[in-house]
Design a protein around this ligand. Structure first.
Ligand code: ZN
Length: 219
């Protein structure tokens, strides 16, 4: 049987990483997360790794479409022919669509479906702005669930609890807007191609996962 290949898309707070983990496990897919691939390559002591490290850590720039393509190519070649793929973190913008499709094609694969976990901006902001963590031991906390106020010390290490800059209301709003302006056109493209599975992300993770599985099986 030809293995299936999926692309996973969703705004901040959509629970994409939880779903990726479930899909990887249950469908035995190889999860290629472009963000982690980029960070791993940037640690390598090679000319490409050192150049990428410089871009990410010294120039604080996003990796270009070319770099994304190279890293994705390297990752996809390591996947056995018989195993399906779950691509996460690309294409982030229209200019990356062709590149991603070319890489799949170069190893004789095609995209079976694009899974889009849809979440409105208000929900994205309310979910992420509740995320706190201990700056000491990095233990995550959810405000209103694990914490009544952020004004307490970490129960594990006594460290200070706070928010990542990206997770403040302003930070999430900005990330969501980038998603809207850059990634929404990608979603529209795949919808026109008849490849899009739109999943309602306003539910708990198990319900979302069940929905994805049902839609994949029907497709
Ligand atoms: Zn701690």
């Amino acid at each position: 049987m030809t293995p299936k290949n999926y692309i996973l898309l969703g705004p901040p707070g959509s629970g994409k990483s939880t779903q990726a983990e479930l899909l990887r496990e249950v469908l035995n897919l190889r999860h290629i997360d472009i963000g982690s691939e980029l960070r791993a390559v940037a640690e390598e002591d090679t000319p490409f790794g050192r150049a990428l490290n410089d871009i990410i850590h010294r120039q604080h720039m996003l990796a270009s479409d070319d770099i994304m393509k190279t890293v994705f190519e390297q990752a996809i070649r390591r996947v056995p022919e018989t195993q399906g793929i779950l691509l996460d973190g690309a294409p982030r913008r229209s200019s990356q669509i062709d590149e991603v499709l070319q890489v799949f094609q170069s190893v004789n694969r095609s995209v079976s479906k694009v899974i889009f976990i849809d979440l409105p901006e208000a929900e994205s902001i309310s979910r992420i702005s509740k995320r706190y963590l201990c700056f000491g031991c990095r233990r995550p906390y959810i405000l209103g669930k694990d914490l009544l106020t952020a004004d307490v010390a970490c129960s594990v290490c006594g460290g200070k609890i706070g928010q990542r800059k990206d997770d403040t209301t302003e930070g999430v709003r900005k990330r969501f807007q980038i998603f809207q302006s850059e990634t929404l056109p990608v979603i529209e493209y795949f919808e026109k191609e008849g490849l899009l599975l739109r999943i309602d992300g306003k539910r708990e993770a198990p319900a979302i996962f069940q929905d994805i599985r049902e839609k994949i099986n029907m497709a």
